[in-house]
Design a protein around this ligand. Sequence first.
Ligand code: ATP
Ligand code: MN
Length: 465
Amino acid sequence: MSAIRRSRIADLLASKEFNRSVDVKGWVRTIRGNKYVNFVHLNDGSTVKNIQIVADTEKFGAEFFKPITTGACIHVVGTLVESQGKGQTCEIQADTIEIYGTADPETYPLQKKGHSLEFLREIAYLRPRTNTFGAIFRIRHNMAYAIHKFFNDKGFYYFHTPIITASDAEGAGSMFQVTTLDQNNLPRTETGAIDYTEDFFGGQTNLTVSGQLEGELGAMALGGIYTFGPTFRAENSNTPRHLAEFWMIEPEVAFNDIIDNMDLAEEFMKYLIQYALDNCQDDIAFLNEMFDKELIERLKFVVKNDFVRLTYTEGVKILEESGHKFEFPVFWGADLQSEHERYLVENHFKCPVILTDYPKEIKSFYMKQNEDGKTVRAMDVLFPKIGEIIGGSERETDYDKLLNRTKELNMNTDPIWWYLDIRKFGTAPHSGFGLGFERLILFITGMANIRDVIPFPRTPNSAEF
Ligand code: ATP
Ligand code: MN
């Protein structure tokens, strides 16, 4: 056995050091051959491109190649040589081939290319092996890294907020309950209600829908923080933009007002898109070619142009006067639907839009109240093909105003006493927003369904793998 270390195929394809011994391991994408020579296209996940292995038929014996079929995993040691063939710079002349694992052609589902995305969702345990999902998941990784880099370079701290929480940040109905109580034998209080004091945490708990409330506590001590973790919403909306389990990035910044908040969101989005253009070229080029011929142009456009900023009131006026027939009616006070958001972005401004100052009735209790008594300092960032990609606001810092709002909304403030309390001790202006990680990946990859940008999607009636 050779003592050389395994090379990543991405590194070999970029290398100009020919005629050296190399060691590669990967999965066979295709194999074809004749009585003189066999060509194996091998992929190890490091790039969307394959490396060609050239193996002498006589040297190995024709029988040797029979179990090396699409999907098999092999280990090749050979010489990296400049390629004569078109479409590749180098290839490997095989000296030894070891078969790690075969993949029976009768049962291995990924035979020929051209499977539908729907079919690939049913075999989500294998779809990372396809070019498409390899590209998407490499981009996903790069975006996660870029998010940490962006905030770290700005002096923000990664602040870990809890996944199990006793507070309902956004209003009841959409949370997954966490319990260890025996569902077949629930403890009851004297009045017959479920006795949650018997539950694991001594009270009712849920999976978090947002790290924001705890994130604000971090910002009130560390200045600038961000969270980046899983969030859970039991909303029964089967749309191409909603998951029951998704990842969210939530910066929260002391002393930022709504303008600073918009500036941060715009800079952040442009940084991430530029990072993808610079660092995921092959994968984006592949997706551009296969799925969305305008992808690269759209990404470049967003980086180059200022986002349009206007108020919700101005936005609604444009929609009302557009004469466009929407499925959902639009009027001042209505919660905007994706079709409205996309009309503003794609038809009217042809540019990303930041809408601000929404009616307080359709936004959360914690948003800073405007002088008009009707609107709050909310901001949603709307993107082409996506609609809302970011939602955020300047937060209400005044204890009495905040408390009043919770009363107007008939909220039970017991589980969030600490959130109100922080307004009593060195309160300060602060703002933040939430970016849905999968909506970002949808935008960067040009994919149309959110189920295709997370390895194992969780949606109503579906939690396989
Ligand atoms: P929408 O109106 O699209 O349902 P929202 O207003 O409920 O979103 P926020 O509570 O503002 O969303 O959450 C912040 C961000 O998290 C959103 O802008 C979006 O990018 C993302 N997001 C929200 N819900 C989901 C979900 N179910 N699946 C994936 N991403 C989501
Ligand atoms: Mn929102």
